[in-house]
Design a protein around this ligand. Sequence first.
Ligand SMILES: NC(=O)c1ccc[n+]([C@@H]2O[C@H](COP(=O)([O-])OP(=O)(O)OC[C@H]3O[C@@H](n4cnc5c(N)ncnc54)[C@H](OP(=O)(O)O)[C@@H]3O)[C@@H](O)[C@H]2O)c1
Length: 307
Amino acid sequence: MSRRVRRRLNVRNVSDQHLADVEEKRKRVSLNIDTNMFKIGFLGGGKMAQALAKGFIRAGLSKGEMILASCLPNDVSSIESFKEIGSKTVFSNTDVVDYGDILILSVKPQVVPRILPEIKNSNKLLLSIAMGISISTLEKGLPEGTPVIRVMPNTPALVGCGATVFSRGKHAGDKEAEVAEKLFSSVGICEEVSENMIDPVTALAGSGPAYVYMMIEALADGAVKMGLMRDLAYKLAAQTVLGAGTMVRQTNIHPGQLKDDVASPAGSTITAIHHLEKHGLRSAVIGAVEAATLRCKEFSSPSETKQ
Ligand SMILES: NC(=O)c1ccc[n+]([C@@H]2O[C@H](COP(=O)([O-])OP(=O)(O)OC[C@H]3O[C@@H](n4cnc5c(N)ncnc54)[C@H](OP(=O)(O)O)[C@@H]3O)[C@@H](O)[C@H]2O)c1
């Protein structure tokens, strides 16, 4: 126990020390997790697991040597990627279950039914990022009482700009929710939502980066068509998207108002806006989020997860 904690708890003798130890333990989450430095096991070491592992390490919430990931033997690039951050990989999911204080289920959704039997003896906190796999499906495959949290992150977590939501299962309390929030806030923003909001969030924030990359590409193509160098066009397009997003987040001004502020009477911006409206930009984007949500719901149906 640190001197600071001793002082705070006014430790004077052995029995005081014992009480202080109990108090210190109580402050940890119910599963006895060190909430300052997490020992994490990734079940599936693909793109998202790598992005999160790097983000958690960068945020100082874990260390390379405190992360273990399971990979398939032929997945050389994932194995190499974990090696680069100082983490070990194994070919066995049960080894990961034995190792981690927190388990992150990060295989493709269709692989989850195969993985669940391999982790069925764990009662450790399970954070699942598998798209479309419901909390109840996970809870049914795990011992009664296992705390489960369903998380939906997105890939910008890799650069500390993730947009994550989570929903807790029936055995996940405030402490477990705090763990999820702490981890995922370290790689961007993180909000708790009810589970029925996870599909629309997946369609917005999970898939959203793809829509925005298309927008960046199209903006740059437009500028290249009008004579700009391609490198500069991508740089300016990406910075414009970053700047507009930052304006919305930091000023809290409605995006419609910010748009109006840029569109001067008879100017070039309002002319461009008219062009976008004629070609249904808003309707296309609304429809994309709707279509992606419906596709997520198809994934969530039991027949899909049995594949
Ligand atoms: N990418 C995103 O933007 C995003 C966003 C939110 C949530 N998610 C969710 O995150 C999860 C992972 O997505 P991802 O994009 O990271 O996919 P991914 O790159 O394909 O990662 C999945 C990893 O699991 C490995 N794997 C397959 N079977 C396994 C097994 N039996 N045991 C251990 N590992 C196994 C795969 O190996 P092989 O490649 O060799 O098969 C792959 O490395 C998915 O459930 C997805 O829905 C993804």
